[in-house]
Design a protein around this ligand. Structure first.
Ligand SMILES: [Fe+2]
Ligand SMILES: [Fe+2]
Length: 274
């Protein structure tokens, strides 16, 4: 297997300068795979346009949704909300031969041994509380006071669940079930839009934003499910870090005003072979 696996997230294609990054993305070989870890764009048809373009270029594309895919914007002709919107995105991906968290996991034939690539859609449950707060209610109130409130509060509808937290609980159960069904020696790459562990959010400028970034319930998943690598985005703080000896890659592009300041230009990161 001569190819590689590349990973990227937070393409935010509604920004013209990000559009150029997407248009310039090319694999290095015909066998390269691409992981797209959410926040492709803000409207349904633009998400499909970008993902199908990337699928034409890469031998395999593995996608998992970010919060932006799940937004229901007023000017989007597709007005589906919550779980129905997610299901429609999954159908769209299947139609374009793109793998989703609802499909059979792809196995990457790494020279070091086969690795199961598991895209996860887990959301967040407000358990990463704002500094100095003890309850979810107080944490949210703190964010409203400082003005650092995620737009998901307005745009990411949890239907048919009563709240995003309940949806997250259902997603966690489903993902856990699938990961537990893997053979007990299967090595994994865990892919999600939101970080799996709270330590990843320590780099945030506004720590109260962490409540929209993940859940305490995945704190040990990289160990429990034998991850060789964890791929995530959402924070718009691309970096490599190690936790308990496991490599974590934040692979986001982010907004032009963010990436313009960086020394390395944004683009897909080679994450495999190990
Ligand atoms: Fe993003
Ligand atoms: Fe995001």
């Amino acid at each position: 297997m001569p190819g590689s696996v590349f990973a990227i997230s937070d393409l935010h294609g509604s920004h013209a300068q990000n559009r150029r990054i997407i248009d310039d993305m090319r694999p290095e070989s015909d066998d390269d795979w691409l992981i797209v870890a959410g926040d492709v764009d803000d409207t349904f048809s633009k998400i499909e346009k970008t993902l199908s373009l990337l699928r034409q270029r890469y031998a395999k594309v593995i996608w998992t949704p970010g919060n932006h895919e799940l937004w229901t914007l007023r000017d989007d002709p597709v007005q589906l909300r919550g779980a129905a919107r997610y299901q429609a995105l999954v159908q769209m991906c299947r139609h374009n031969d793109i793998l989703t968290p609802e499909d059979e996991f792809a196995i990457w034939p790494d020279p070091a041994g086969p690795i199961t690539i598991a895209p996860l859609f887990l959301l967040y449950d407000y358990s990463w509380l704002a500094p100095g707060t003890q309850t979810k209610k107080a944490s949210l109130a703190y964010a409203h006071e400082t003005g650092v409130v995620c737009a998901d509060e307005m745009l990411l509808h949890p239907d048919p669940y009563p709240d995003r937290e309940s949806w997250c609980r259902v997603r966690l159960q489903a993902a856990e079930r699938r990961l537990l069904a893997l053979s007990s020696d299967a090595k994994t790459v865990l892919v999600g839009h939101w970080p799996l562990i709270r330590q990843s959010t320590q780099a945030l400028r506004f720590p109260e934003f962490a409540q929209w970034c993940g859940t305490t319930r995945t704190a040990d998943w990289h160990l429990r499910f034998r991850a060789r690598l964890v791929v995530y985005g959402h924070l718009h703080i691309p970096r490599t870090s190690y936790h308990d000896g496991v490599r974590f890659e934040e692979v986001s592009v982010g907004y032009p005003r963010e990436w313009r300041k960086r020394s390395t230009p944004p683009g897909p990161r080679k994450v495999l072979p190990l």
